[in-house]
Design a binder for this molecule. Structure first.
Ligand code: FA5
Length: 328
């Protein structure tokens, strides 16, 4: 057997052949050496010591034959190390995952608003006209309900815009209604999430974007409270040198209504809308408008993120281009 093994190792032409010879003779389960070892038990007690020594000598000569062949074939020794492996070469760093800049912004906004006592609330992205329009004081014939301005779902049985239809929410103001339907005042929430509008994409518009909705309802809430909360928010998010400006505007669910602009780094930029919650909205959710007052605001999350990081095109955020995204 010893001669047979040596011949087999010497004749192995490549590392594959070597491996099969190794398994044949030195294999841990079915190798020829293992077989011989198993027969040791049947040997006479007196002869066992000599047989053991003979077996060990046999084992090491087969092992030597294997190692010599391995060295000859250049496939490394029995430890299987590739001789072309150079441990001094720099390694390849595994790529790490990355949190999307909008997700980072959302976490940052929640943290700032959380410090002012606003807790996060959520609502569904597929909505019904009651939450997206009716309860927000947007009547049946209002242009905001136009099928051309909304993504109505073709799965719903009812005609677009009518009761029973469904749409992708066009604003996070829907969450105001959902929270007030479930909870009695006082309310102090923000809601951060996706909204959808069939806007043509350009540098500042995308058909899917995010809004941060805020709602504060209590006794004696005033417009001054709204301005203070937004100013504290803006200075925390952008810097101490931010100024805030309200421009008169109109939203069906707030009265009075304003557009909110922040001045920072030399420019006034509009970030969203706000106002005092309209009494009709309180009535729709079963609150008594004579008992409570409140403010609400809705800011564009992409606009905030872009302003802070100097991003000039909203489409870059959704391009999936890692050369852009991994900078944040
Ligand atoms: C609203 O959506 C109101 N719901 C805001 C509001 C909430 C008013 C509560 C009063 C009380 P508006 O349609 O203006 O308002 O949108 C708010 C902000 O969303 C805009 O100022 C802008 O920052 C952002 N926005 C609107 N359309 C897009 C778009 N296509 N892509 C990216 N951001 C957009």
């Amino acid at each position: 057997l010893e001669g047979e093994a040596k011949d087999a190792f010497e004749n192995a032409a490549d590392s594959e052949a070597l491996e099969s010879v190794r398994v044949q003779f030195l294999g841990a389960k079915k190798g020829a050496l293992k077989d011989v070892q198993k027969q040791m038990g049947g040997i006479d007690k007196d002869d066992r010591k000599a047989a053991g020594m003979r077996l060990n000598a046999f084992k090491s000569s087969v092992q030597d034959a294997f190692e010599q062949t391995a060295a000859r074939l250049g496939g490394g020794g029995s430890d299987g190390v590739d001789p072309t492996f150079d441990p001094t070469l720099p390694g390849v760093r595994p790529e790490l995952g990355h949190v999307h800049p909008i997700t980072q912004t959302i976490n940052h906004l929640m943290e700032i608003m959380g410090r002012m006592g606003f807790s996060a609330a959520e609502g569904p992205e597929v909505e019904d006209p009651w939450h997206n329009f009716v309860a927000l004081n947007i009547p049946e014939d209002h242009p905001a309900r136009d099928p051309l301005d909304n993504f109505y779902l073709s799965t719903a049985e009812a005609a677009a815009g009518s009761e029973g239809s469904q749409l992708l929410r066009s604003q996070t103001s829907t969450v105001q209604i959902r929270v007030m339907e479930k909870q009695a005042p006082p309310i102090r929430i923000i809601s951060l999430g996706r909204v959808y509008r069939p806007d043509a994409p350009d540098a500042t518009h995308f058909p899917m974007f995010h809004q941060m909705e805020g709602l504060y309802v209590d006794k004696h809430v005033t417009m001054a409270n709204l301005k203070t909360v937004l100013r504290v928010f803006a200075t925390n998010y952008l810097g101490d040198d931010v100024e805030i400006r309200f421009r008169p505007s109109f939203f069906p669910f707030t009265e009075p209504s304003v557009e909110v602009d922040f001045y920072w780094n030399g420019a006034w930029i509009e970030f969203g809308g706000a106002g005092m919650v309209d009494p009709a909205v309180f009535s729709a959710v079963g609150y008594d408008p004579d008992e409570v007052s409140g403010f609400a605001f809705g800011l564009g999350v992409e606009r905030l993120c872009m302003r802070r990081h100097g991003i000039t095109d909203i489409r870059d955020l959704y391009s999936g281009d890692l050369r852009f995204l991994s900078q944040f």
